[in-house]
Design a binder for this molecule. Structure first.
Ligand code: UDP
Length: 373
């Protein structure tokens, strides 16, 4: 069958590869001039550093099959994401761990003492936290919430944490030991050549034709037996019911020599610092050596029609609109909606790959739980 995949990011590449390997002919199009979607990386001309153009992406997963899949196309260098945050005039370790707690309160507590202490700070009257703020107050109490989450989240999401779902904060652990690994997954690493090279290799199959700078037009759909759509869900329907809200990011690039901040990601918890974080990209590839350094200050704002969508907002309003679009998507014959934009969800890369492989297997009529190709 001739299949059209709209979007040359992770979803389009992984689905296209699986279908091509099964003998289908796949055309992958992308309106941008590069493949890789928001995982795209490019070498900074001035410093030679491999830059995460659309913000930091660290690969981590608990799925041995997904880890096996990415390692089929790319060498992953060992990497542990260790994030710091500057808040209230000090630098702390994230995610909140025993070091953060002891430093913040000027104490020398052991794990059990810290656990009991934090529980004494927590608002235990909240039994079933629904909002981001309730989740924070229930699990870390008001002081740590104010220092590390409230201001950052207001900047990141442009609304009060009382309006956001608890699920956003559930992405971050709280640890009562000195483990400062941001992720708790079994497998973690960084692609040696970068995600763009990895995704280019996933797409490198005789059954796949890739066309960049090629926007989708509705007439195209008629020429294919099936369409996989990884663009914005509402965009497929011409935004007829209204626009699903996204946050977009602006990056302010600056350069330095040597090591400017000493780590890859420094968050800024204070509300009066306008950016959310600064990324020093060279620290994401410690196996490389560069004299120069390139950094991005990251600012979050509401996504306009011409901007690149990053984070789906999913507030109450969006959820109602989303339900309407999902109903329309379900009625759409011959189109499967995939990925972060196509399903309007905050997806990590490993989940995107897992779902893409399952989507392809389901399309091919195979049992999605079978070992992957
Ligand atoms: N967050 C925060 N302070 C931080 C880091 C994260 O309040 O220093 C909140 C913020 O609302 C963010 C969410 O936790 O959107 C999830 O954080 P994560 O690091 O997973 O965000 P990502 O790297 O995907 O932007």
């Amino acid at each position: 069958m001739d299949i059209l995949l709209v979007g040359a990011g992770l979803s389009g590449a992984v689905i296209g590869r699986a279908l091509a390997e099964a003998g289908h002919h796949c055309t992958v199009i992308d309106s941008r001039s590069h493949l890789g979607g928001n995982c795209h990386m490019v070498r900074d001309e001035e410093t030679g550093v491999n830059v995460h153009v659309y913000g930091p992406h660290i690969f981590h997963t608990d799925h041995a099959e997904v880890w096996g899949y990415v390692n089929r196309f790319e060498t992953f260098q060992p990497y542990k994401n260790r994030v710091k945050t500057t808040a209230q005039g000090q630098v702390f370790s994230l995610p909140i761990n025993l070091h953060t707690i002891n430093q913040f309160y000027g104490k020398t507590m052991r794990p059990d003492e810290a656990r009991a202490f934090i529980e004494s700070q927590a608002d235990t009257s909240i039994t079933d936290p629904q909002t981001f703020e309730e989740q924070a107050l229930r699990f870390v109490g008001p002081d740590l919430y104010e220092a590390f989450f409230k201001g950052y989240t207001e900047k990141q999401w442009g609304c009060s944490p009382t309006e956001l779902p608890a699920s956003i904060l559930k992405r971050l652990p709280v640890r009562f030991n000195y483990d400062d690994n941001y992720f708790f997954h079994r497998f973690q690493g960084m692609p040696e050549r970068g995600y763009t090279a990895m995704i280019a290799d996933i797409l490198d199959h005789p059954g796949i034709d890739l066309h960049l700078e090629t926007p989708f037009t509705p007439e195209m759909a008629g020429r294919y037996g099936h369409v996989f759509w990884s663009g914005p869900l509402d965009g497929f329907f011409g935004y007829e019911l209204g626009r699903l809200g996204y946050r977009t990011l602006d990056f302010e690039r600056f350069t330095a020599t040597g090591d400017w901040q000493g780590c890859a990601v420094m968050n800024y918890g204070d509300r009066d610092v306008p950016y959310t974080r600064i990324t020093e990209h060279k620290h994401f590839s410690p196996w490389e050596s560069h004299e120069g350094s390139v950094l991005y200050r990251e600012y979050s704002r509401a996504c306009g029609p011409e901007d690149i969508p990053y984070y789906p907002i999913r507030l109450v309003e969006e959820k109602a609109l989303l339900a309407d679009y999902v109903a329309r998507a379900e009625r759409e014959e011959g189109v499967t909606f995939v990925g972060r934009l196509g399903t309007y969800r905050y997806l990590d890369m490993d989940v995107t790959i897992r779902e893409s492989l399952d989507t392809a297997a389901a399309f091919l009529g195979r049992d999605a739980n079978q070992p992957m190709p």
